[in-house]
Design a protein around this ligand. Structure first.
Ligand code: PLP
Length: 385
């Protein structure tokens, strides 16, 4: 099976992890701060907080922004459930904004229309999670302008997008947001097995997220409510979690990060090859906004259903049966049973639902060989003939 995504682990990665295993600290040693510093330098953000997943980073990002009961979080239906669930963890209400028909990202126009309506009902969101689907950024400049106008905070869920750029600057510099989140799950661009990170330029947010990542406990006398009892002393000043990354993971991350640019450029090379070889087929190929240099986590095609006899489901099944590990990113979150029980219905977000009926993620990862890619293309051609 040619998977849709896969990690690349080399000897340097293995050595980096073994070195930690032979060192004094398996967790809470020097590697986590080293990885944080390396990522914040790479993406040009002032502060970085490593976590054990992007999901936990999203959770503490929402809490740091003050999201709670009675508040609202909005995001796109075409994302992994974690981008929405983080709002529910905080006791907030979650709602969705339909997608742009070309980028499949949360539509800034639909957002504006929904904000105008919400303002009348006194139901504006506190946080908007802008997900950079496939690695291509949302229209961040417009979303940022709306955030200033309507007073909401912006989290970029850049789980797909490390190594990409927006208007010539690295994704993660938070020029148009408060916090940006990365995921280091093995299918993503670089990996730490499980792992995530929140980056920001706002010191108070980074301090709050650091506290929440580790039980709400501080050892900083400046932050304590009274003088220290002695060298053993710490204080719990908030209700946090154990969301820490280990040094094993961080060492792998440092090693992987060195190959980030090469990974993203290989993804672009493979995308160009797909673009060329699939252009004659009844497919909508990924459209790239000129403002964006995508991280290209995913290459999503859409089947033009009106000009083919094969159905989306049949094509998907045939590809899988032929050993092509295609996938579908994503099932619209509002159609999940858990969200339906909250009151969402099929039909609520028509662009997202139309996308779901057509989308297929083709294999794309740096170690995918040209030959393997040619195999994917020839299977597609034969099934679409
Ligand atoms: C993978 C992913 C997440 C969750 O990442 P984890 O590190 O697995 O918690 C969140 N949002 C998006 C868009 C993702 O693709």
């Amino acid at each position: 099976m040619i998977p849709y995504g896969r990690q690349d682990i080399n000897q340097a990665d293995i050595d980096a992890v073994i070195n930690v295993l032979q060192s004094d600290f398996l967790t809470q040693g020097p590697k986590v701060p080293q990885f944080e510093a390396a990522v914040s330098e790479k993406v040009n953000a002032d502060y970085a907080v490593a976590t054990n997943s992007a999901t936990s980073a999203l959770h503490i990002a929402c809490l740091a922004l003050g999201l709670g009961k009675g508040d609202r979080l909005w995001t796109t239906p075409i994302t992994f459930v974690a981008s929405a669930n983080c709002g529910l963890y905080c006791g907030a209400e979650v709602d969705f904004v339909d997608i742009d028909s070309r980028t499949y990202n949360l539509s800034a126009q639909a957002l504006e229309a929904k904000l105008i309506d919400a303002e009348k009902k006194n139901a504006l969101p506190k946080v908007v999670v802008a997900v950079h689907l496939c690695g291509q950024t949302c229209d961040m400049e417009s979303i940022y302008t709306l955030s200033q106008q309507y007073g909401f905070k912006v989290i970029e869920d850049a789980s797909h997008a490390i190594g990409g750029k927006y208007k010539g600057e690295p994704i993660g510099n938070c020029r148009y947001s408060n916090i940006t989140i990365f995921s280091f799950h093995p299918v993503k661009i670089i990996t730490t097995a499980e792992g995530g990170m929140a980056v920001t330029n706002e010191k108070v947010l980074s301090e709050k997220m650091e506290l929440l990542r580790s039980h709400g406990i501080t050892r900083d006398p400046q932050r304590m409510t009274k003088e220290s009892d002695g060298p053993w002393y710490y204080q719990q000043i908030d209700l946090g979690f154990n969301y820490r990354m280990t040094d094993l993971q961080a060492a792998l991350g440092v090693s992987q990060l060195e190959r980030l640019d090469g990974y993203v450029s290989r993804r672009h090379e493979l995308a160009r090859r797909y673009n060329e070889s699939l252009s004659e087929l009844p497919l909508t190929l990924p459209w790239q906004h000129p403002d964006c240099y995508s991280g290209l986590h995913l290459y999503v095609i859409r089947l033009k259903k009106d000009v083919t006899t094969i159905t989306h489901r049949e094509l998907f099944k045939k590809l899988r049966a032929a050993g092509i590990g295609v996938n579908l990113h994503y099932i619209p979150v509002h159609t999940q049973p858990y969200y339906q029980a909250l009151g969402f219905q099929a039909g609520d977000f028509p662009e997202a639902e139309a996308y779901y009926e057509q989308a297929i993620s083709l294999p794309l990862y740096p170690m995918l060989s040209n030959d393997q890619q040619d195999e994917v293309v020839s299977r597609l051609k034969s099934f679409l003939k």
